[in-house]
Design a protein around this ligand. Structure first.
Ligand SMILES: *Cc1c(COP(=O)(O)O)cnc(C)c1O
Length: 397
C-alpha cells in the first residue's frame, strides 16, 4: 500500500463523538431510561445533582444549569449586576457568542486585541481600554488554554473590575493552581455536543461561589420567579433539561481522562510539527502545560509559509483530513455588529490570526497513527507547494 492509498482509505475526522460515546453507551442509555421513566423532565433530579458535581469539579460552590453557553454568559453577567451604562471588556477573537452574551445584558462591549502567540486576550491592551465606566472583563479561555489568573486578578484588583470567565472551551482547565471558572465572580460553560464536556443537544451552566449570583441566575432561568408564580426579576426560560443533565452527569467522571488524552495528542502534534517551523507553520503556544485542555489544536500558517492556508486546508481535505477555522472573521468585522463602530485594522493581531489559523483533528481517542498521518500530510502539501523555492527566505518575511 502506498502512502497515498493509506491516506485515502483512512480519513481522519475533525472530531469523533461516536467513538467517545461507544465505550459508555450502556451507562448513557441507562441514565436516559431513568429520566424517561421517572418523568421529571424540567428541573428534575439530575439537574441539581449535575450542578453540584460540576461546580465542585470547577472548585466553586454553586452551579446553575441553563439552556446553552450563550445564556450562561448573558444571564450570568446580568446576575452579577452588569447592564446598561456599563462597559465590558472582551477579546475581538472569540466565538461571537461571547459578544452576544455581553450585548444581551444591555452593557457596552469594548473589544481588545489578542496576543499573537497564544491567541488569548492581551491584558495590556485590556488595561489601556479601561475607562471610568468599565465594570467587567470577560476573559475567554480560548481553545482550552486559560488566561493567566494572576494577571487577571491583578488587573481586576487595580481597577476594581469584576471578572466573568467565558470557560465554554475550557472544562477543567488549570493554570497557576486555579481551575477554569474559579478565578472571578462567576463563569459560563457550554455543553454544546462538541465541547470537551458535551450534551446530546444544547446546554450551559453558570458557576460561582457567590450565593446571591447563583440565586439570581436560578430565578432568571425560570421566568424570573423566586418561587412559583411570583416574579421578581425580568427573567426568561433557559433551563438545562433533566435528560441533558443525566447525560452530562454520566460523562463527567470521564472528562479528566478525555482532557488528558487531548493534551497528550497535542504534545505529539507539537513535537512532530516542530520541524515545520522553518516553513512558517507554528502551533498556537501553550503557556499552561498540562492544564491546557485543548478543546481545539490550532496552528498558524504564517504569511511566509509559501503555502496558502486555504490551499493547505483543501489539500488536507483531499487526503481525507478534516480541519476547521476558529474563527474566520473576528467579532468586530461581523456584519451584525457594525453598529459598534469598529473598522478593519482596529485589532491587527486578531485580524491576522483569522487569516492564518487552522484547527487540526483533535478529540479524545485520536491515535498516534492518525496524528502522524496529519503531520505527514501537512509536510507533503507544504513542501510541494513551495516546490523548488524551498527553503523559504525566512529573513524576507
Ligand atoms: C461554544 C461557545 C459559546 C457558546 O455556547 P453555546 O452553548 O453554543 O451557546 C460561548 N463562548 C465560547 C468561547 C464558545 O466556544
Amino acid at each position: 500500500m502506498t502512502n497515498s492509498d493509506m491516506i485515502h482509505s483512512n480519513p481522519v475526522p475533525f472530531v469523533d463523538m461516536a467513538a467517545q460515546h461507544q465505550p459508555i453507551q450502556a451507562e448513557l442509555e441507562q441514565a436516559i431510561q431513568t429520566v424517561v421513566q421517572r418523568g421529571d423532565y424540567v428541573l428534575g433530579r439530575e439537574v441539581a445533582e449535575f450542578e453540584s458535581l460540576f461546580a465542585k469539579a470547577c472548585g466553586v460552590s454553586q452551579g446553575v444549569g441553563v439552556a446553552c453557553g450563550t445564556d450562561a454568559i448573558a444571564l450570568g453577567l446580568q446576575a452579577c449586576g452588569i447592564g446598561q451604562g456599563d462597559q465590558v471588556i472582551l477579546p475581538a477573537n472569540t466565538f461571537v457568542a461571547t459578544l452576544i452574551g455581553v450585548l444581551r445584558t444591555g452593557a457596552t462591549p469594548v473589544l481588545v486585541d489578542c496576543d499573537p502567540q497564544t491567541a488569548l486576550i492581551d491584558l495590556a491592551a485590556a488595561e489601556r481600554a479601561i475607562t471610568p465606566y468599565t465594570r467587567a472583563i470577560v476573559p475567554v479561555h480560548l481553545y482550552g488554554q486559560m488566561v493567566s489568573p494572576s494577571h487577571l486578578l491583578e488587573l481586576a484588583e487595580t481597577y476594581n473590575l469584576l471578572i466573568f470567565e467565558d470557560a465554554a472551551q475550557a472544562h477543567l482547565a488549570e493554570r497557576e493552581g486555579y481551575k477554569a471558572g474559579s478565578i472571578g465572580t462567576a463563569a459560563a460553560f457550554s455543553f454544546y455536543p462538541s465541547k470537551n464536556l458535551g450534551a446530546f443537544g444544547d446546554g450551559g451552566m453558570v458557576v460561582t461561589s457567590e450565593e446571591i449570583v447563583a440565586q439570581t441566575v436560578r430565578s432568571l432561568r425560570n421566568y424570573g420567579a423566586t418561587r412559583k408564580y411570583f416574579h421578581t426579576d425580568y427573567g426568561t426560560n433557559s433551563r438545562l433539561d433533566t435528560l441533558q443533565a443525566a447525560i452530562l452527569k454520566t460523562k463527567l467522571p470521564h472528562l479528566a481522562g478525555w482532557n488528558a488524552d487531548r493534551n497528550r495528542a497535542a504534545q505529539l502534534y507539537d513535537r512532530w510539527l516542530e520541524p515545520l517551523a522553518e516553513y512558517g507553520i507554528f502551533p498556537i503556544e501553550n503557556h499552561c502545560g498540562s492544564g491546557h485542555v485543548y478543546h481545539l489544536y490550532v496552528i498558524r500558517v504564517s504569511d511566509f509559509c509559501g503555502c496558502d492556508r486555504l490551499r493547505l486546508q483543501s489539500g488536507l481535505a483531499d487526503m481525507g483530513i478534516h480541519t476547521g477555522i476558529h474563527y474566520p472573521i473576528p467579532c468586530h468585522l461581523q456584519p451584525a455588529f457594525q453598529h459598534l463602530g469598529y473598522q478593519p485594522g482596529d485589532f491587527p493581531y486578531a485580524e491576522a490570526l483569522c487569516e492564518e489559523i487552522l484547527s487540526l483533528p483533535m478529540y479524545p481517542g485520536i491515535t498516534e497513527e492518525q496524528i502522524t498521518r496529519v503531520v505527514f500530510a501537512i509536510q507533503t502539501i507544504v513542501k510541494s507547494s513551495i516546490g523548488q523555492a524551498y527553503p523559504p527566505a525566512i529573513d524576507a518575511a
